[in-house]
Design a protein around this ligand. Structure first.
Ligand code: CA
Length: 667
């Protein structure tokens, strides 16, 4: 019997709050079903808070008897205390373990009073074990059956999809028992000089003239010899032709049906930063989202194809929040545990999307570590890019790194180390704490911002950029610095230049753009390109195109055809970089010894590395530059300069306006 106006919560091991909904109830008499004494310590118009003389039991349901009525005491803020983790942390396998003979199910659900496995809707009561784990072993073969968990907390009841499920029905509505094959291992040599290319599954093929059959799908990126009617290469052949070493996939794990409805994917577009099921590929990228295995096999086919082509795959993972907290399994399974709340119990919103995943709690951390390990092992993922990594805690990222490197020592981990959210500063996986996670790389937004200012003609950025090229704190070595000027977020560089250099024509803008990309590919650190940057990608001035139509987000292959020269130029820089192993130097001191500054003023940054002279000029006019006397070969020029051999006398050279040159001193 439950009073519909009263609820009782455990907020600490010795604290209970009774909340009175309207109409208010005067509590005249209260006791607990367990053998402890309670004392009223505070009261408001809607709540009574009591202290107990002894610790409350955590493993048996307790009740408050209020004015003679029996009210269940539910876990509330106690779930966020370290003592809760100490008591309930479970280090074993969760989810299901399938064999044709039997399947074992395990769910971590402290606070539940009864849990049912619903296998094709048939209920089986699960058995409570230690540490809040509920388990059930189904005898027989349940392959391809759907499953849900039905969770009671006294009269409170929820049906949820298992967060550990490896497969789901369309739009992720139900979990499914499958056996996921381990993707084939294609041995790729370790990469000394990674070059990352960021792209979105759907964008790469959605263009009407892409020549790709499976538009918007994983399989579209397994098709060879695809091209437009102008014979512009598209799809995987195009990506391979650029020479990049890693493709970074914008989210390809299952995201919400509200973002893209898998039953009619072309009705809307989304980048996919609205996570739903973290261990399942997104259904709208499969040829049949209704069949749970199709998306799994097609995602693996795509990764496999990349590997065969020598491309390593980095996956963008979004563990910092979920799309809809109230509807998400995590909050329904253990309320108040998986998401951060402030001192008043209100959800924090550091991510800007209404909820922050509490990675610092042990079972939340375990979930992230288990999830990336699963992708690395079962899908052969070569790297992970952590969205809003600064929201996560340092220990989680240390554990992630340790586990992933044990699976594959060459795995790349990078993240957005912005300072955000409510964790104490020393715990945040952010740039300023880079020394605590030294095998993880960070998007270097200083490089991005300074180079954008420099190339668009602003003064005074030469010295600061030179420092970024050589490597600088807070990073501890060059492989922590992801050097970029454009990503999926914000304006594309072309749109940025259109906005900032309004009076200029496309010819000038192209020079500025090319200069910026040259600086990315000729720096130390990990260069990062946004797909289409090599052909002046535009999103028609839309700054945040996360749900803009395909026409805005697609790779515009007609534009690629127009800017073929630039694609060739960028490709030549990629090859140049790969041919010069010194770019892989990671130690700051070694780089400082190796690099000599020649000029860093008048909007020119010029330096030499061994016998190579690298010159970037953002000056609108040709400028004289002193170089040591001798004979030089021009290896790279952002201008179409026909002379390849330069004899440099006492006057030095004239650096063309808005250009990049790389010269090799022969003698
Ligand atoms: Ca989905």
């Amino acid at each position: 019997m439950t009073n519909q106006y009263l609820q009782a919560f455990m907020d600490d091991i010795d604290r209970i709050t009774v909340v009175c909904d309207t109409p208010q109830v005067d509590i005249l008499e209260i006791s607990l079903s367990c053998d402890v004494m309670i004392t009223l310590v505070s009261q408001t118009s809607t709540s009574y808070t009591y202290q107990t003389n002894l610790p409350l039991p955590l493993d048996t349901p307790i009740f408050a008897i209020v004015n003679g009525e029996k009210i269940p005491v539910l876990f509330r803020y106690i779930a966020r205390l370290p003592l809760f983790d100490d008591y309930f942390y479970y280090d074993g396998i969760l989810g299901y373990t399938y064999t044709p003979e039997q399947t074992e199910f395990k769910l971590w659900a402290p606070g539940a009073t009864q849990v049912y496995l619903l296998l094709d809707d048939v209920p089986y009561e699960m058995i409570k074990q230690e540490r809040g784990v509920y388990t059930y072993t189904f005898l027989g073969n349940c392959l391809h059956q759907t499953y849900m968990y039905g969770i009671y907390r006294h009269t409170d009841y929820h049906e949820v999809v298992d967060p550990y499920t490896k497969a789901v029905t369309v739009n992720g509505e139900r979990g499914v028992i499958v056996t996921v094959p381990t993707a084939s291992k294609v041995p790729l040599p370790p990469v000394d000089v990674p070059i990352i290319y960021e792209m979105h599954v759907r964008d790469m093929s959605s263009h009407i003239d892409s020549g790709i059959q499976h538009k918007g799908m994983f399989l579209g990126l397994t098709e060879h010899n695809t091209h437009t009617s102008h014979l512009q290469k598209t799809g995987i052949d195009y990506m391979t032709s650029l020479g990049v070493t890693h493709v970074q996939m914008m989210p390809m794990a299952d995201y919400s049906a509200q973002s893209v409805d898998e039953t009619q994917p072309w009705r809307s577009y989304n980048w996919g930063y609205d996570p739903l099921h973290f261990n399942v590929p997104e259904g709208s990228y499969s040829t049949n989202p209704y069949d749970p295995m199709t998306r799994i096999l097609e995602c693996q086919a795509f990764i496999d194809k990349c590997h065969q082509e020598g491309l390593r795959v980095i996956m963008d993972v979004v563990y910092n929040h979920v799309y809809h907290i109230k509807e998400h399994s995590f909050e329904k399974i253990v309320p108040f545990y998986f998401f951060r709340r402030d001192e008043y119990g209100v959800l924090t919103d550091g991510t800007g999307v209404g909820n922050d995943f509490a990675s610092e709690r042990k079972m939340a951390r375990k979930y992230i570590v288990d999830s990336v390990s699963y992708w690395a092992q079962t899908y052969q993922i070569d790297g992970f890019r952590f969205d809003l990594m600064g929201m996560l805690d340092i220990q989680t990222m240390q554990d992630v790194s340790r586990r992933l490197k044990a699976i594959n020592p060459h795995i790349i981990i990078l993240g957005e180390g912005w300072d955000m959210g409510t964790l104490p500063t020393p715990q945040k996986a952010m740039q300023a704490n880079a020394h605590l996670i030294s095998d993880i790389a960070f998007f270097n937004d200083k490089f991005r911002d300074n180079v954008k200012s420099f190339v668009s003609g602003q003064l005074g950025f030469e010295g600061i950029i030179f420092n970024q090229i050589l490597g600088t704190a807070p990073y501890t070595h060059m492989n922590q610095m992801v050097q970029y000027v454009e990503v999926h977020d914000n304006y594309t560089l072309w749109d940025y230049l259109t906005l900032h250099n309004t009076s200029e024509n496309d010819t000038i803008r192209l020079k500025r753009h090319r200069l910026a990309t040259s600086m990315v590919l000729l720096t130390f650190g990990i260069p990062f390109l946004h797909a289409g940057q090599e052909f002046m990608r535009t999103k028609s001035g839309i700054e945040n195109s996360y749900c803009s139509p395909d026409i805005i987000n697609q790779m515009d292959w007609d534009r690629a055809f127009v800017y073929q020269d630039n694609i060739e130029y960028v490709t030549s820089l990629v090859h140049f970089r790969k041919e010069h192993p010194f770019f892989a130097t990671t130690d700051f001191d070694t780089i400082k010894e190796m690099v000599k500054l020649i000029k860093s003023d008048e909007q020119i940054i010029a330096y030499c590395v061994k016998d190579l002279f690298i010159i970037h000029s953002a000056n609108f006019y040709g400028k004289d530059l002193y170089l040591p006397h001798g004979t030089y070969t021009l290896l790279i020029s952002s201008e179409s300069i026909s002379v390849k051999k330069w004899i440099v006398g006492s006057k030095g050279i004239t650096v063309p306006p808005l250009s990049t040159l790389v010269l090799k001193k022969e003698r």
